[in-house]
Each structure stands twice: as structure tokens, then as C-alpha cells.
Design a protein around this ligand. Sequence first.
Ligand SMILES: Cc1ncc(COP(=O)(O)O)c(C=O)c1O
Length: 469
Amino acid sequence: MLDHHLLDPIIEKIKNYLIDSQKDDLKVVNFHTPGELKEHINFTIPDQGIGEHEFLELIDKYLEFGVKTGNKQFLNQLYSGFNQPAFFGEVFTALTNTSMYTYEVAPVATSIETEMIRLMCSYAGYDNGNGIFLSGGSNANMIAMFSARNRMIPESRLEGYSKDEKLTAFVNERAHYSIETAANILGIGSKQVIKVKTDEHGMIIPEELQKEIKNSFERGEKPFFVVATCATTLLGAYDPIDKMAEITEKYGIWLHADGAFGGSLILSDQHRHLMNGIERTDSFSWNPHKLMNIPLICSTLLVKEKGVLQKNITDIDADYIFHNIDAIEDLGKKSIQCGRRVDAVKLWFAWKYFGIDGYQKRIDNLIDMSEYAEEIIKNSNELEMVSKRQSFALCFRYLPPNGQDLNEFNLQLREKLRKSGKSIVNFGHLGNTLTIRLVITNGEMSKVDVSRFFNNVLEVGKDLDCKGS
Ligand SMILES: Cc1ncc(COP(=O)(O)O)c(C=O)c1O
């Protein structure tokens, strides 16, 4: 039964949440430990359903204690921001709940996904390309590796393949862990993923790639998959695709671009050069849920050659679902999923709303704001860059007085900042050095927002003393 009368108070709550999230003094998180959270929210399911009043209270609590990822001080992950047209796309996707396998049950969404894939392939220079929306960049990388394995050993689809065939993949030494997971899932083995040395920017050194591939051949292995990361997760480095393509083309190795993080840079006339050579790759993971600020999940894998994705799936007879009667190929035939979320509609809403130019400006703004952030760090006596910036990620640290341990100090600084709820930023290690990583991924960031972040960092840093800790 429809509780129509719940609709008005819920819409009011959404409105208030959105209005509040515009306020500068709003905390990104009202931090509580897991134990404390249980004191505020009863997580168990009751025998008898709760009433409307309690239901509305649950919504309040969910909103109150969740992280406000639309807030401009949410700088922790590679997704962020609130994208209004995409939000509406998500709402109407849920309202019309359907699955992407057939045109029969998703006629409009099928046409939308087909158009989004066409447009995205055109950016990649895949004239005869194809693609699919799937459940994230990790999954996209896995399907790319799966496609490369099937090209190398076509019989593996039906027969499996022998452990003696040592397939090897090659990645940036700071590539995302999903590549190793993919090798694990596909039975290739994560040890068969060879990490290639990088330069001071964090980009693969082509000569090192060439050397590793040669060594692998000499060991009797089968190099089959090379990944050019388009913005590494920590440093935001773009591998030199063109130079890598020269090597992979020579040996006939599949070249994949992992643009899960930074693939959207391709929308910018000014900065696209960092992805020069993308048209020479065989596949490309591109996550609009990161730099295009589409709500999670919105992720694609594009392939250069039409039919590759279908070839991954043996001709399984599933006539209880695919009837081939609508003069269009059902998209389910190129997916390893059966039921599949409608993720293209929210992207389509947003792209229509902002337009090609609007999105280009949003991406350009990310780089402008990253340059501004770098300027602040370089002009500060208390802060220093830990590595060179190439795009949207800035690795920096605070320099405490009196010889305090730098790693310990910066670890505590970021913890204190997070728990204060003023800003959330992440950290990682470059060798033995702990670095704070600021990522600018919200297309609506302004200089005021960037300055506010650094003021928060400096304020917390000033009062922190880690001596003897
Ligand atoms: C370079 C890179 N590849 C792949 C992924 C995985 O994407 P997802 O989180 O959508 O699975 C990430 C996520 O941060 C990433 O940075």
C-alpha cells in the first residue's frame, strides 16, 4: 500500500538536508564510534513493523549521523559533491525500478545507455567501439582483463586454461589494487601482475615496461595485459599512453586504460593531452561517479572493438529472457550480470542539464582548484608538497616545530581534523613517508572552499603536539 502522506514530510526532509548542506559551518560528519552510534540508532529489525512516526525518525537519524559527502569539505575519496540533475536521475531510476537486460523491460533506459556509450566511445576515439555500464571501476578492470585473457586464450571460455600458461600483466607500481584482485578472480594469480617502475611524477617509465615485458618473455611467460592508469589513486599520475602503445602494439599485447579515477579528464580540451594515445588502447574504464560527480554507482567499460564483450560470454541459451524480437540487441548479452541497475539515466540527466560545455568547465575547474591548492601549500611555512602534482591529487604534509615525528604528527593531524567534522581528507604512504592526500573532485569547488580546508588544517596543526606520543 502506498503511504502517500509520508511523501510530503520526506520531501521536506530532503529539502532541509540540501539547504543545510549549503551552509559553510555544517560539519561534514558528526563523528561517533561504532559503540556510540548504537546508542543513537537501534539497528535491529523488530517483529512488528514500526509506525510512521518512528519511520520518519529513522530517516532523521540516518541523515544526521551519515557523512555529508555533498559538503565541500568532504575531500576524502574520489567521489564527492551533490549533483542535482543526477540526483533526480537516481530518484526516477528507483521510482521506475527496472533492469537493464532487455529492451522489453527497459526501452527508454536501453536507448539512453546506448547513446551514453556511443558518446563516451567518441571521446575515446573508438570509432567502432562498444561498452557497458557495470558495478564499478574494479569490475570494469576485471572485465577488461577477462577480455584480454579470452583474446589470448580463446578456448579458455569453454575449456578453462592450464596453470602452466603463465599469463603476465603489467601495471604502474602504484596502480589500483583492483588489477591484482582481477588476476586473482580470473585464476591468473595476483603474483602474475608485474609492477613497473615510475618516474618522479608517478608515471610508468616506458623503458622499464619494455624491460619487464622482455624479461617475462624470456622466462617463457605470456605477457597479455598492460594497464595505463589514467590518474593513479594516490598521486593522480597519468601514464604515458602513447609511448606504452608503441610497446604493446609491437608485441600484440592488450592495452587497457584504467581511467576509473581520472578518465573524465578526456572531456577537457585543455587537459585531454594527458591521455594522448587513448584511441590506441583496447579498453578504457571510465567512472562518471568520480569526477563527473554522478551518485555512486556510475561506471563504464568501453572497448575498441565491437563484439568483444559479447564474445566473453559463450552463447548460453537463455530464451526465457532474451527473445530477439525488438530489432535491437538486448544489452544484457554483453554483461556478465543478469539483473543490472539502471545507471545511465542519472548520467544522461546530468549531461543534458550541464551540456558538453558545462561538463568541460567543471573538469577544468578541478584542475584550476588543484593549482590553487598547490600554490597555498608552496606559499606556506607550515606545509610542504611530498610529491609532484600532475592533476587533481595533492600529496602534502604539515611540518611541525621542534623535531616531532613527521609521520606520527600528520597521522594525528588528519585524525583530529576528521573527528572535528570540519574537513575529511585521506592519507597514504609513499615509501615510508606518510602523506596527506587532498583530492579535488567536486566540480563546484571554489577558492573559498580550498582556502577553508587549509585554514582547518593549519588550525588543527597549530594546536597539535605529538612529542612523546
Ligand atoms: C585508478 C583506479 N582504478 C580503479 C578504481 C576502482 O574503482 P571503483 O571504486 O569504482 O571500484 C579506483 C578507485 O579509486 C581507482 O582510483
